[in-house]
Structures are given as structure tokens and as C-alpha cells.
Design a protein around this ligand. Structure first.
Ligand code: ATP
Length: 409
């Protein structure tokens, strides 16, 4: 099977947005073993869209379009597909009802142009959009198909998962099951190096490494005929991987360091508070992003100025004068101070130099101290983060959360 992605949107051509939809779909198609020889991007122009569609249709079995499904005049994807295939547009009653209920729930009047979003080429299978107003569609003709998806990634991704993947499985007669293993504390090249022979030899399930922000993931994908036990195949490969790099494995699929910490602390009945200087609330943000964090996270202080560290956390003036705000001693007092003030089991603190200015030979940019106070005592880690200010802050936040995770083991 050959597929081609056709991305629609003038903003893509102008470089105003990055084509993350195509990146995502391309990766998913490769997991299915579907060949892709071309990708195209076209602006919001009917003539040029149909010309690109023609080219893609001639050379592929499946064309996947993204974008151009909105209510405005320049949203022309479905109209273009209908004209190209010679199919009239018709209204999809269920989608219209959903759209009307959506506007009613907001107490807003729906303008007539919104109805454009519920018009589809005759015979299309509709892909429900649970995250936006424009449904997608699959239009089949002559054994080929055009899959029409919305542009916003938060709409496209779930639609691909729930609507497109089952369709691709149905077409190919195969089932695809995958599992993501998440690692922290090991780089992509080191991980690959330890697994090189496994990755090369493994045909089914396949093992695909991917470097995320501060972490590395491995995606295990099993392709099976229906009835075969994909889970057992994935378990078997996972066991081999864990045998080699298990100490860095922290979670699966949608887990994050923060979600693992919240989960573990909930199970253990522990609580946490944070005192943040250079991370400026990033740790609290990550923890609070996890549903159910209230069982664990008591609160936090962002104490950037020395005065705030002394006033809110009880850091001593003597410590600041003698050792500086970026020091093991200050981090320790911040962690112990926040633990005491909130009454939490664990107090986590971060203080460092995010740059680009402010570094010295003795205390360079990227020097970050992370302290964790607990009933067992206080531990302080000196870390050296690299690159720009945002990355230093982000990596410090992740390393700090990971320090809690390790302490809970
Ligand atoms: P809407 O109903 O919001 O108009 P749409 O399906 O018509 O959605 P577009 O109007 O083409 O899609 O794009 C809407 C937004 O979706 C863009 O401004 C952009 O933020 C995002 N988007 C569109 N295409 C892509 C893409 N290929 N990759 C990443 N984001 C995209």
C-alpha cells in the first residue's frame, strides 16, 4: 500500500507553523509498513489543491489531507475532494446535530457558514471530532481512498487514533499494537548503543528509539493477524530491553516523570511541596498537570530574589552572604524550609544559574543545585545543565522531579 500526505494551509508555506501533523502521520504510517514516496504541501487555493490531489491520487492508494476543514471561505479541502472525485456534497445529519448542540451549550448563535463543516462528499465515512467542530472523513473510490483530517494537532491526533488506525488495520487485514517505554537518565545514543543488536535483529515487534525533550523513548510495535497474541510478543521484547537498560525505565505510554511521582506518592500516602528559584514554577506546573495531584502536592513557593528566599523559606542571611544563593547550602535550607512551612513529607528545592549572564568561572551558567528534604534527611545534588536558558530551566525541573521519583523507590 502506498500513501501520500497532502498538507493544506498557506501558513505552512509561509513558515508560520511547523508541519507537525505530517511528521506525526508519517511516523504512524511507517509503523504500519505503509510506503510513502512523496509528501506535498499546498496553500489555500482550489486550483493548486486539486492539481496536487490529482498527482497524489495517481501515484498512491491512500491520500491523507490535513487542514482546510473550517467554516471560512479559504477552507476548501472537502469541496476540492468532492469536485475532484465528481461527488456532490451532502449534509451529515448527526454531525449537524452535534454542531448545533455545541453552539447551544456555549449559548452562542451559530452562523450559517458553520454548516459548511458538516457537508461531506456523498458516501463518505465520517470521522467524529471530539475535540473540535470539524469532523473528518474517509472517501473511497476505485479501491483507493482520500482521508480528510482537520489541521489542529489536538483534533487530528485523536481522530487518527480512533478513526484512521482502525480503518488502516481493516484495509491491511493486520492489527498493529504498540507500547512505548520511557527512559530517563540515559541519552539516545547510549541507549541505542546498548540495544543495537536487538534493534537490528528485531523484525516483529520492531523497536524504534526516539529522543524526546530530556528523555528517550522506545516504541515497540507488533504486527499480527487477528487472533495472534500481540501482548505476549511485546512482553517478550520488553523483557529483553529491560534486561539491558531497565534501571533507566520510568514508565509507559502516556506516563511522565511527574505522573509517576504523583502515582507513587498517592500509593504511599506521601506529600510534597516545592521551593523554586530558577525553574520559576515549572515543577509545580508539571505536578499540577497530573490529574489527582491534589492528593500529593501541597503547594510551592517561587522565591527568585534573595529576600524572598529568606522571608518565605527561612534561608539564613548568613548562608546567602557566605555561600551565595546558588549553593548547596542554600538549596538545602530552601528544601528544609518549604518542608517545614507546608508540613509535607518531602520538600524539593531548586536554585541555579539559568544564564545567559550571571555565570562565573567558579559558578558557571547551567550550575543548578537540587535538594530534597525528607524524613530520612536532606540530599543535595549538584547538576550541570547545558545550552540555553529555557533548556537549563526545563532540564532542572525534570531532574528535580526525577530525584523525588528515585527517592520513592
Ligand atoms: P479550523 O477548523 O480550526 O479552521 P482546519 O481543519 O480548517 O481547522 P486549518 O484552518 O488549516 O485547519 O488550520 C488550523 C490550525 O491548525 C492552524 O492555524 C495551525 O495552528 C494548525 N495546523 C494546521 N495544519 C497543521 C499542520 N500540518 N501541522 C501542525 N499544525 C497545523
Amino acid at each position: 500500500m502506498i500513501a501520500e500526505i497532502l498538507s493544506v494551509g498557506t501558513e505552512l508555506l509561509l513558515g508560520q507553523i511547523t508541519n507537525t501533523d505530517a511528521q506525526y502521520i508519517a511516523r504512524e504510517l511507517s509503523v504500519f509498513g505503509i510506503n510513502q514516496y512523496y509528501q506535498a504541501t499546498v496553500g489555500d487555493n482550489m486550483g493548486r489543491f486539486k492539481a496536487c490531489l490529482d498527482q497524489a491520487w495517481q501515484r498512491s492508494d491512500i491520500v491523507i489531507t490535513t487542514g482546510g476543514l473550517g467554516p471560512t471561505m479559504d477552507d476548501l479541502t472537502k469541496e476540492g475532494v468532492a469536485e475532484y472525485l465528481g461527488l456532490p456534497l451532502e449534509e451529515h445529519a448527526e454531525s449537524r446535530q452535534r454542531l448545533e448542540s455545541f453552539f447551544a451549550s456555549l449559548g452562542r448563535t451559530m452562523t450559517p457558514n458553520n454548516l459548511k463543516q458538516v457537508q461531506f462528499p456523498v458516501g463518505a465515512r465520517i470521522l467524529r471530532n471530539d475535540h473540535g467542530t470539524a469532523p473528518g472523513a474517509i472517501v473511497e473510490k476505485d479501491g483507493k481512498a482520500i482521508i480528510i483530517l482537520p489541521g489542529p494537532p489536538n483534533e487530528l491526533l485523536p481522530m487518527f487514533e480512533t478513526g484512521v488506525k482502525p480503518y488502516l488495520m481493516e484495509r491491511s487485514g493486520e492489527e498493529i499494537h504498540s507500547r512505548v517505554l520511557r527512559f530517563y537518565g540515559i541519552g539516545e545514543s547510549a541507549l541505542e548503543d546498548r540495544l543495537q543488536d536487538l534493534i537490528k535483529a528485531q523484525q516483529n515487534p520492531t523497536i524504534a528509539p526516539y529522543a524526546g525533550y530530556g528523555e528517550v523513548t522506545l516504541r515497540l510495535t507488533a504486527k499480527v493477524q487477528s487472533g495472534e497474541n500481540a501482548m505476549a510478543m511485546l512482553d517478550d521484547v520488553e523483557k529483553q530491553v529491560v534486561g539491558r537498560v531497565g534501571e533507566f525505565l520510568y514508565g509507559y505510554d502516556d506516563d511522565s516523570l511527574a505522573s509517576v511521582v504523583v502515582q507513587t506518592m498517592t500509593q504511599q500516602g506521601q506529600t510534597l511541596s516545592v521551593a523554586e528559584s530558577c525553574t520559576g514554577g515549572m515543577i509545580a506546573d508539571r505536578l499540577i498537570s497530573v490529574p489527582g495531584a491534589s492528593a500529593v502536592f501541597l503547594g510551592g513557593y517561587v522565591c527568585y530574589h534573595n529576600d524572598a528566599k529568606m522571608r518565605d523559606l527561612g534561608v539564613s542571611g548568613q548562608t546567602i552572604v557566605q555561600y551565595g544563593a546558588v549553593s548547596e547550602q542554600c538549596a538545602r535550607e530552601m528544601a528544609e524550609g518549604v518542608r517545614k512551612r507546608t508540613g509535607s513529607d518531602y520538600g524539593l528545592a531548586v536554585t541555579g544559574i539559568a544564564g545567559p549572564d550571571g555565570g562565573t568561572a567558579e559558578k558557571p551558567v547551567g550550575l543548578v543545585y537540587i535538594a530534597l528534604a525528607s524524613p530520612q534527611g536532606t540530599k543535595v545534588r549538584e547538576t550541570h545543565q547545558t545550552r540555553d536558558r529555557q533548556r537549563i530551566r526545563m532540564m532542572s525541573a525534570m531532574t528535580a522531579i526525577d530525584m523525588v521519583r528515585m527517592a520513592l523507590k
